[in-house]
Design a protein around this ligand. Sequence first.
Ligand code: ZN
Length: 307
Amino acid sequence: MSTANLQQTLRNSIGATGVALHTGRKVNLSLHPAEVDTGIVFKRTDLPGGVNFPARAAAVGNTQMATSLCSGENQLSTIEHLMAALSGLGIDNVVVEVDGGELPIMDGSAAPFVFLLQSAGVVAQSSSKKFLRVLRPVSVSDGDASATLSPYEGFQLSYTLEYDHPVFAAHAHTATVEFSSTSFVKEVSRARTFGFLADFEKLRDLNLAQGGSLDNAVVVDDSKILNEHGLRARDEFVKHKILDAIGDLYRLGFSTLGGFHGHKSGHGLNNQLVRKLLSEPDSYEIVTFDQGDQVPEAYARQSTEAA
Ligand SMILES: [Zn+2]
């Protein structure tokens, strides 16, 4: 019997160690099962008493480079790829402990987090999973960049990249992912973050991206990809933007029944979209399903991918 209508958490606790992108320091991460309706809660164990950061839209701070969560004066950065993995596997409740101000960057994709979550195991819980159903289109824009959520009884994302650059001109810059027929694990989770060499050099000068390397990003100079083995897929760039959007949308606090379209949007605009939707209560409703087989295919599929 399908349990796709139920909340999910981890079967066991699990840990990993990695490098923080900006400080270059080693960080330890551990993920723990949590009670129903906990949501995704991050906890910084390096701060006195431990400081909690619920991964909700209201707590989102500086989004210049990555998604940060704020709790008073304290920040926690680079949560988006783990958030994408949690969303992609349909995990509703988890406590994430980290002993620093950034999550480890791992390989720049969500795949190491997917592996970690699958290794811990995923279990259905006793309460209904809550879905956020988009009831009318909501859009935000900034110059020629835009992000929109629209009604759709499933979960679909599309994205268009635009860079006036030979490498991007030579690769797919548009992608649509419809999760009733697409595997998050196989088609999206492996797409790595990317950046321009010149930007990395600027960030290094600002004492940022100290942990950045060809092991955790696709790096592009004026004419070519610098990574020895190139891309993992021809559409890796645009798929990574979709991966980022999945992580950003999960801060709605629910699995989305809707369609997302991004045009050159990044974390900042995606976060604005999430906040705008939540600030307009007539634009969405929260729904549950009595039976697993009533859940749209996109989410029925998740519970099998998590196993
Ligand atoms: Zn990213």
